[in-house]
Design a protein around this ligand. Structure first.
Ligand code: 5GP
Ligand code: SF4
Ligand code: MG
Length: 462
């Protein structure tokens, strides 16, 4: 999911939030929502669909206020309907909160039973709504608590991955779980006084002319009000476990992580891939858009010329995000079209960022063969995905992951390529130029940084 937050009384916060969400659209295409605070009053609009489908000028005009909170939803295991759209607005003793969540909690069963103690008709709620309700529960049960104390007590009850933006009548909070699995950045808007913005990625700052200040740290809570920005560390067991999949695939290539664009990181992945699994071919190309930076890196390191081989229809959404398998399969054909005369009779290297189910690759290879290529060598700029994600990326249940049950050779045969090679786990981490321990890479190793309760594990593992 994509989350966004802003405190800026002198600005049109609804429009700025809208633009921020527009830049974060790739993080979720299922639903979009904006809540604004006009002192104690909350204005909310959310619906299924893309940001551009959910909002228009007149809807934005009905969202006045000085605080904005926005969300684009990417459906993980939960069902996809309007009730799950965010921000989640909940009433508390101190006023309303509007909460936008990116990530996935692993202790929802415990949370649910704790919430049921006070709220017996709690029926279906998402993990995100549960966080909002837990904050309300803490604030309501102890009359001495303020916004921050109540929120921190609730955060301590949450286990898993959560980057949150929480609007209140007084200000907006931004926080990350103690492992910092999902990203969240702080930006500043030019002007006097300086105003602060929160976004899942730096591309959400660029679009509104905000300047990147820094990341929200794992286990940190920032509180942005009329007084500026205050920071609190609410968890002492902080460690860095940023999702490596954000770096490889999920986040936009123009977003900055670790002081460089992800384009630069992905270029190095491609170079490393070429070093690990060289092959002779006429040209190399990437699967648009996510495979392109690594393909360029592969070309640079191998000396094999780079060319376009497939053209993407930009108006078809990300295949993976469409909810059903049959939709996914037809979506792929709609989306990528081979350049027949360029490919005819050629030996090609095709680079993609990942193979999850193997559906994309199989279809693509068939399309390339139909276009007349003589040899297809597939190179993947990440290791085989063997384990499901419990922290908010929809890599499906383990039985759906092609590499969970098949060897590289078997996969190669199934997708119909002449050769297939994945990047090594070491190579993927080495290319980050950061400490290996500072990432979650559980979908490649099964080594989950936040323990997954057995019942949840059983729902996704074979
Ligand atoms: P597959 O057909 O193997 O299931 O899908 C892999 C392709 O889907 C890659 O090109 C990758 O860029 C894309 N993709 C889209 N969304 C996701 C996602 O959430 N996770 C992963 N691993 N790949 C995704
Ligand atoms: Fe990211 Fe994989 Fe960890 Fe999930 S399991 S948070 S996708 S690295
Ligand atoms: Mg892709």
């Amino acid at each position: 999911c994509g989350v966004f937050g802003i405190y800026a009384p002198e600005q049109d916060v609804a429009r700025l939030t809208y633009f921020g969400l527009y830049a974060l659209q790739h993080r979720g295409q299922e639903s979009a929502g904006i809540a604004t605070f006009e002192s104690q009053k909350v204005h909310l609009h959310k619906d299924m669909g893309l940001v551009s489908q959910v909002f228009n000028e007149s809807i934005l005009d009905e969202l006045p206020g000085n605080i904005g909170v926005g969300h684009t939803r990417y459906s993980t295991t939960g069902s996809s309907h309007k009730a799950n759209a965010q921000p989640a607005v909940v009433e508390t003793r101190l006023g309303k909160i509007a909460l936008a969540h990116n990530g996935n909690l692993v202790n929802t069963l415990d949370l649910r039973s704790q919430l049921l103690e006070d709220n017996h008709n709690l029926v279906t709620t998402t993990d995100s709504e549960m966080i909002a309700l837990a904050i309300a529960q803490e604030i309501n049960k102890d009359k001495n608590l303020d916004w921050l104390e109540g929120t921190v007590r609730a955060l301590k009850r949450c286990k898993g991955a959560f980057s949150l933006v929480i609007g209140t009548p007084e200000g907006v909070m931004g926080t990350r779980d103690p492992n910092g699995i999902r990203p969240l950045v702080i930006g500043t808007l030019p002007g006097n006084p300086v105003r602060y913005v929160l976004a899942s990625e730096t591309c959400g700052l660029d679009i509104i002319g905000a300047e990147f200040l820094r990341d929200v740290q794992p286990g940190e809570l920032v509180w942005i009000t009329e007084e500026g920005l205050a920071s609190y560390h609410w968890n002492k067991q902080e460690q860095r476990k940023l999702c490596i999949f954000e770096m490889i695939y999920f986040a936009r290539p123009d977003s900055m992580m670790h002081n460089e664009t992800l384009y630069s990181y992905r270029l190095r992945l491609g170079k490393q891939l070429a070093a690990e699994s060289a092959v002779d071919a006429d040209f190399v190309f990437g699967v648009p858009d996510s495979g392109i930076p690594a393909a360029i890196g592969f070309s640079e390191a191998s000396g094999i010329p780079y060319s376009e081989g497939l053209i993407k229809n930009r108006y078809v959404g990300r295949t993976f995000i469409q909810p059903t398998q049959s939709m996914r399969e037809s979506g792929i054909r709609m989306k990528l079209n081979p350049l027949k005369d360029v490919l005819d009779g050629k030996r090609v290297v095709i680079v993609d960022d990942s193979i999850v189910r193997g559906t994309t690759s199989r279809k693509l290879v068939k399309a390339l063969r139909d276009a007349g290529v003589s040899e297809v060598h597939m190179r993947i700029s990440s290791p085989p995905v063997t384990h499901p994600c419990f922290y908010g990326i929809d890599t499906d249940t383990q039985d759906q992951l092609i590499a969970a049950t098949k060897s590289v050779e078997e996969i190669s045969e199934q997708i119909g390529v002449d050769s297939l090679a994945y990047l090594s786990w070491e190579g993927m981490l080495k290319a980050t130029q950061e400490d290996t321990n500072t990432f979650c890479s559980a979908c490649f190793t099964g080594d989950y940084p936040v323990p997954v309760p057995d019942r949840l594990k059983a729902s996704k593992l074979m």
